[in-house]
Design a binder for this molecule. Structure first.
Ligand code: UT7
Length: 336
């Protein structure tokens, strides 16, 4: 068995900053409500016509990750693209990134696991590297939420949360004799709660012509739906369980964690988890304040920033954990 490490990280955020006060102009909300319930102060929204897309943002983040890993486009063996907001219904965004980065004919695969997408993709990359099938796997998380949100008061419980952006990691085979590497991945899902955080139309369940024919002004099926409190309650339990599972498998304790990078769902969730494991402020990385919840992009964006700030160094124990729609959840335990 080979070992896999993250050899390079990158991120891309659209320039356009949308503050809580900006949102007040289009819906009944307040800076106080949003900050108190979520911790979010601002997020990025793509400006229409800017040319930013899910794939293009992913490609920009990937370029940086490849450069930092000193990996040429021709050396990429597999592209894994995690998103819930792909450019097209089909094909996936992975092939679009392949074209944008002029990566030759390696396989490209989209991963549909929403907020847990990056953790699922990282686990998939790790397996391909471990078996020796591939050496360099480009893992991307990218989301373009803003164009598809209900920006009226009706959709405020969801639309104030989500932001656009992308992050990427180059996962590569590591031949060193030390204990570096992705130590383990822990993945779960529970389909019985699929509709609690979902976007059900347009889809094969609700084709566009049907939506158009009904022409119902009250129809919200093509906006994301979230049963907020139910999701919150499940999130705090699953985050805690899956971090514990990862620590136990590796015979590690919470105090061994150098940095926990949780999916940026809600600052209150991250703070709950921090308290539960008795972690210090310096052991948890949060940037939801500036970017909102960017679902599959949130962990790679946060991890990139943490690395850029010198908070992730060789030999550190880094824990990633996510929970989201599906429900799906997971963790990665990494010796950096
Ligand atoms: O990333 C995937 C996983 N996602 C999550 O983990 C998110 C989990 N859920 C949450 O983070 C929280 O449930 C929310 C932040 C989404 C909502 O917070 P909450 O404390 O659960 O609020 P709520 O939905 O129960 O709403 C409380 C009140 C309601 O008013 P009434 O009925 O009490 O009069 C809402 O209408 O707040 C109202 N409200 C708002 N008010 C101002 C809902 N959204 C807003 C808003 N601004 N944006």
């Amino acid at each position: 068995m080979y070992k896999a490490i993250i050899a390079g990280l990158g991120k891309y955020l659209p320039d356009n900053v949308v503050t809580n006060n900006d949102l007040k102009k289009v819906m009944d909300t307040s800076d106080e409500w949003i900050v108190e319930r979520t911790g979010i102060q601002e997020r990025r929204h793509i400006i229409k016509g800017s040319g930013d897309t899910t794939a293009s943002m992913g490609a920009e983040a990937a370029k940086i990750a490849l450069e930092r890993a000193q990996c040429a486009a021709e050396e990429v063996d597999l592209i894994l693209f995690a998103t819930l907001s792909p450019d097209y219904y089909f094909p996936g965004s992975g092939v679009l990134v392949q074209e944008l980065l002029a990566i030759p004919d390696c396989p490209a695969m989209d991963i549909r696991n929403q907020c847990s997408g990056f953790v699922y993709a990282l686990a998939t990359a790790d397996q391909f590297v471990r078996t020796g099938m591939y050496k360099n796997v480009l893992v991307i998380g990218s989301e373009n939420h803003s164009g598809g949100l209900d920006m009226s008061t009706r959709g405020r419980n969801v639309s104030v949360i989500f932001g656009d952006g992308a992050g990427a990691a180059l996962v590569t085979r590591y031949d060193g004799n030390d204990d570096r590497g992705i130590l383990s991945s822990h993945l779960h899902s529970e389909g019985k709660h699929a509709e609690e955080l979902s976007l059900i139309g347009p889809s094969t369940n609700r084709w566009v012509p049907q939506i158009m024919e009904e022409n119902d002004p009250e129809d919200t099926s093509y906006y994301p739906y979230m049963n907020g409190q139910f999701v919150f309650k499940n999130a705090v339990v699953r985050f805690s369980e899956v971090i514990k599972e990862g620590l136990l498998q590796n015979q590690l304790a919470a105090e061994d964690i150098k940095l926990l990078v949780p999916h940026q769902a809600n600052l209150r969730i991250a703070q709950f988890v921090q308290k539960k494991f008795g972690l210090g402020e310096d052991q948890v990385y949060n940037n939801i304040q500036r970017y909102g919840n960017t679902t599959a992009a949130s962990i790679p964006i946060a991890l990139t920033e943490a690395w850029e700030e010198g908070r992730v160094k060789q030999g550190d124990l880094v824990v990633l954990a996510a929970f989201g729609s599906g429900f799906t959840w997971g963790s990665s335990i990494i010796k950096w």
